[in-house]
Ligand binder design. Structure first.
Ligand SMILES: *Cc1c(COP(=O)(O)O)cnc(C)c1O
Length: 444
C-alpha cells in the first residue's frame, strides 16, 4: 500500500468526468432515497485526504461522518483486519465465539467512564446499539417508556426513527412509529429564550416537569441523550443540564443512556464527551469512530443492568464480526499510540481561533461551538432574530466542495456547517481547509 500524498489537488471540475459517469450508473441502479453529500467517487482515502476516481485530492473535514477518526486506511486497522480476514471472516459469536469480541468488550469496560463492573454486547450499527440499549433498560426496569430530547438523533430503524427528533428527511412518510417514546426540551444555549447562562437549569426543570407530569418517572425505563448532540446541530447542552438529568434518572431508578455514537472515541478530546461534566452513564452506546471504518457498534454498561436481558435475548448474525473487532482493536491502538485526545484538543484550538476571527468579519455566523474535532458554526440571516440561514449554509458547503474541501451540514434548521476532520489530519491541511472556508465566506 503506497501512502496517499497529504496534499490537496484539483485536476478536473468537481465532480470530474469519471465521477459523473459513475453517478449516471448509480442513479440508474441505486435507490434515490440513499443520498450523497458530494457525488465524487472515492478511489483511495487516508490521513486527511480523499482521492477521487478523476485524481482529485480533497481535504476531508467529514471523516465519513465522524467514523475515520484514525484515518480511512490506518496502519494498525489495516494490519489487524487483514490478518483476521486471512484467519476467518465469520463464525457468528452466538455459534462459536472468538477472542477479538471479548477483547473489544474488555477495552470498552476500561475506556468508558466509571470504575464499576461493566459488560458489553456488540452490534453492527449505531441504530442497532440504541435499540438494544432500550431492550436492556426495559428488561432491567420492567418499565416501557423512553425519554429523548429535542434535536436528538438516534438512527433510522423503526424504534430509532421514533427516538429521532427531526421529521425531514429521517421520518417523513415512514410512520407509524414505535410507541412509548416521549420528547422533552434540551438546553440549546444559543437559542434558549432567556440566554445561554440560564439554559442549563431552566431546560432541565422543564424536561423534568414534563417527564413527571406527562409520563410519570415510575414508567420510564430509559432517558437517552447525546452528551454533545450531533445531527441536531452540534449542540452542547448548557452547563448543569446533563448532571441534573443524570441525578433525576438516578433518583427514580431510570437507566441513563449516553448515546456517544458520534461524540465518542477521542472525537471531543476525551474518550467520551460525557466525561466533561463528570457524568457516568448507566449505559453508553458507541459506533462510528470505534473501528476505523469497519461496521461495529456496542452497548456498554453496568454489569447488573446489561445482564438483565435473558440468555439469547441479545445478539444478531453479524454483531461483533471478527474483522470489525480486529479493526476496533487497531483503531484503539492508534488512538492510544498517537494520543488522539490531545490531537483533537489541538484541532479545537486551531479551528476555534480561526472560526471566531471569521465570526467577527462575517455577520452570517451566529455561533461557533463544539469541542475537540467536533466543531460547528451556525448561520443566521440576522443576529438579533437568529433566523436560520439554510440557503447560505448550502451555498457555503457547495463553494467549499468546488475548491476541494469536503464539509458537511447538519442542524434541525439545516443551518449548521459541521467540521469533523480525521484526528490524524496534518496542521497544514487543517489550516488550508480553514482558508478555503474563509474565502467561501468572503465570496458569499
Ligand atoms: C449516527 C448516529 C446514530 C446511528 O448510527 P448508524 O450506525 O448510522 O445506525 C445514532 N446516534 C447518534 C448520536 C449518531 O450520530
Amino acid at each position: 500500500m503506497t501512502a496517499l500524498p497529504q496534499e490537496r489537488r484539483i485536476v478536473t471540475a468537481i465532480p470530474g468526468p469519471k465521477s459523473q459517469e459513475l453517478q449516471a450508473r448509480r442513479t440508474a441502479a441505486v435507490a434515490q432515497g440513499v443520498g450523497s453529500v458530494l457525488p465524487v467517487f472515492t478511489a483511495r482515502a487516508g490521513g486527511g485526504i480523499i482521492e477521487d476516481v478523476d485524481g482529485n485530492r480533497l481535504i476531508d473535514f467529514g471523516s465519513g461522518i465522524a467514523v475515520t477518526s484514525v484515518g480511512a486506511s490506518a496502519e494498525a486497522v489495516v494490519r489487524r483486519a487483514a490478518a483476521q480476514l486471512a484467519d476467518f471472516t465469520h463464525t457468528c459469536f452466538m455459534v462459536t465465539p472468538y477472542e477479538g469480541y471479548v477483547e473489544v468488550a474488555e477495552a470498552l469496560a476500561e475506556l468508558t467512564p466509571g470504575d464499576h463492573a461493566k459488560k458489553s454486547a456488540l452490534f453492527n450499527s449505531g441504530a442497532e446499539a440504541v435499540e438494544n440499549a432500550v431492550k436492556v433498560a426495559r428488561a432491567h426496569t420492567k418499565r416501557q417508556a423512553v425519554v429523548v430530547f429535542d434535536h436528538g438523533y438516534h438512527g433510522r430503524t423503526n424504534l430509532t426513527m421514533a427516538l429521532t427528533s427531526k421529521n425531514m428527511p429521517y421520518k417523513h412518510g415512514f410512520g407509524p412509529f414505535a410507541p412509548e417514546v416521549y420528547r422533552v426540551p434540551v438546553a440549546y444555549g444559543y437559542r434558549w429564550p432567556t440566554g445561554p447562562q440560564n439554559a442549563g437549569p431552566e431546560a432541565a426543570a422543564q424536561a423534568i416537569d414534563q417527564i413527571t407530569k406527562q409520563v410519570g418517572p415510575d414508567n420510564v425505563a430509559a432517558i437517552i441523550i447525546e452528551p454533545l448532540l450531533g445531527e441536531g446541530g452540534f449542540i452542547e447542552p448548557a452547563k448543569g443540564f446533563l448532571p441534573a438529568i443524570r441525578d433525576f434518572a438516578a433518583a427514580n431508578g431510570i437507566v441513563f443512556v449516553a448515546d456517544e455514537i458520534q461524540s465518542g472515541f477521542c472525537r471531543t478530546g476525551q474518550w467520551f464527551a460525557c466525561e466533561d461534566e463528570g457524568i457516568v452513564p448507566d449505559l453508553i452506546t458507541t459506533a462510528k469512530g470505534i473501528a476505523g471504518g469497519l461496521p461495529l457498534a456496542a452497548v456498554t454498561g453496568r454489569a447488573e443492568i446489561m445482564d438483565a436481558a435473558h440468555a439469547g435475548g441479545l445478539g444478531g448474525t453479524y454483531g461483533g464480526n471478527p474483522v470489525a473487532c480486529a479493526g476496533a482493536l487497531g483503531a484503539i491502538e492508534t488512538m492510544r499510540d498517537l494520543d488522539l485526545n490531545a490531537r483533537a484538543k489541538a484541532i479545537e484550538v486551531t479551528m476555534k481561533a480561526r472560526l471566531t476571527a471569521m465570526a467577527e468579519k462575517f455577520e452570517v455566523i451566529g455561533d461557533v461551538r463544539g469541542r475537540g474535532a467536533m466543531i460547528a458554526i451556525e448561520l443566521v440571516k440576522d443576529r438579533t432574530t437568529k433566523e436560520p440561514a439554510p440557503e447560505a449554509t448550502a451555498a457555503l458547503a457547495k463553494a467549499c466542495h468546488q475548491e476541494g474541501l469536503l464539509v458537511l451540514t447538519c442542524g434541525t434548521y439545516g443551518n449548521v456547517l459541521r467540521f469533523l476532520p480525521p484526528l490524524v489530519i496534518g496542521e497544514d491541511l487543517l489550516n488550508e481547509g480553514l482558508d478555503i472556508i474563509e474565502q467561501a465566506f468572503a465570496r458569499i
